[in-house]
Design a binder for this molecule. Structure first.
Ligand SMILES: Nc1nc2c(c(=O)[nH]1)N[C@H]1C(S)=C(S)[C@@H](COP(=O)(O)O)O[C@H]1N2
Ligand SMILES: [Mo]
Length: 352
């Protein structure tokens, strides 16, 4: 995969993996990937409000301003945010399959320290009914128009069960107010789930006692293609296990000189249990040394010293196993929109 081949939307930006080497646990905000379907809106926080409405509330609509939210008990958590299409280009480069969507390498992910109030508190303040099942958080960005079809403002149903578990209503990223491109003044962070669930520029949330739908849960962010029903799979939720090296593709390494291979692995299923690395294109595997803690919702860092002993092209591979015992497979099952890449990536380098 060559960076020049990527053709992304104007606002789209990938995290550069080789720049993460030695950087610490979190992705600096100015290197975090950026993705949205519209233009990032400019929002005046002094007039901004969040309104909860719908038949899932006991006493009608409730509106919060920025001060109301910040007065609630806040928490800070490290969590990865990853686009459902992260790794999409490998369907083509490794499996020779045609898929549609933003051509991401492995950089449509980042880990930040997020500060905000649990959505659970906001829902309880607003008077959540016991029989509420779905929420529809909606962004304040303008309507998404694709091929002449107006899909309305960005919104995606979120089950109340997930909302009550670990979703945050966030105003700070890495200790500073959210930047405009990451959702200022307020966004959701939905840990472990496809990035599309983490609505930026949050403006309102419908709370409903019946199931809700939007194009982002019916037309997009499902698995389509051979083996799936016409309407697609169920709406996507948890991100699968993945690994990445902190080294440039086609990097040049020197024969008989030891290098420390470093990388990170993560999974929406829970903490990473172990990581194995191959330096010979998958013929043999060695356990990587885990560096630092292995926690849920965030990536685990690892390293392995390697002394290349032969000149020429070589293929590095890393495969992680998560808490559920799921290990990255050699390939990823095809789906037409190229979501949820879950295969081991062949990372080509050259020994000189
Ligand atoms: N309002 C709004 N929220 C949005 C989007 C959007 O287009 N509009 N894009 C989603 C998608 S597809 C992703 S992957 C993440 C990206 O978040 P980031 O740009 O902060 O990395 O935001 C999500 N939230
Ligand atoms: Mo995304």
């Amino acid at each position: 995969m060559l960076r020049e081949e990527l053709r992304k939307g104007d606002g789209d930006r990938e995290m550069n993996w080789e720049e993460m080497r030695g950087v610490g646990h979190h992705t600096p905000t100015d290197r975090f990937f950026v993705h949205h379907h519209t233009d990032a809106p400019v929002i005046d926080v002094s007039t901004w409000t969040l309104t909860l409405h719908g038949d899932g509330l006991k006493d009608g609509p409730v509106t919060f301003d920025h001060h109301d939210l910040k007065a609630m008990p806040s928490v800070t958590m490290s969590a990865f945010l990853e686009c459902a299409g992260n790794g999409r280009t490998f369907y083509t480069s490794q499996q020779n399959q045609r898929v549609s969507g933003t051509p991401w390498g492995l950089g449509a992910i980042g880990v930040a320290e997020w500060t905000g109030v649990p959505l659970r508190h906001v829902l309880e303040h607003a008077g959540l009914r016991d029989d509420a099942v779905d929420l529809m958080p909606r962004g304040l960005d303008s309507s998404y128009v694709e091929d002449g079809v107006d899909h309305g403002r960005f919104r995606r149903p979120l089950p109340v069960t997930k909302a009550m578990k670990d979703v945050l209503v966030v105003w700070e990223m890495n200790g500073a107010p959210l930047t405009r491109e990451h959702g200022f003044p307020i966004r959701l962070i939905v840990p472990d789930w496809v990035g599309v669930a983490s609505i930026k520029w949050l403006g309102d949330i419908e709370v409903s006692t019946s199931a809700l739908h939007s194009p982002w849960s019916t037309d997009f962010y499902r698995l389509f293609g051979l083996g799936y029903p016409d309407e697609g799979s169920a709406p996507l939720t948890t991100m699968p296990v993945k690994s990445a090296f902190e080294i440039a593709p086609y990097a040049k390494l020197t024969r008989d000189e030891e290098v420390l291979l470093t990388g990170r692995s993560w999974s929406g299923n829970g903490p990473i249990r172990s990581v194995e690395v191959s330096t010979d294109g998958g013929r043999s595997w060695a356990p990587a040394r885990m560096v630092g803690p292995r926690l849920a919702h965030t990536w685990a860092q690892w390293e392995l010293p390697w002394c290349p002993d032969r000149r020429g092209p070589a293929v590095l591979m890393a495969r992680a196993t998560d808490e559920l015992g799921v290990t990255e497979a050699l390939g990823s099952p095809y789906n037409a929109k190229g979501y949820l890449w879950s295969g081991v990536v062949r990372h080509e380098i050259t020994v000189v």
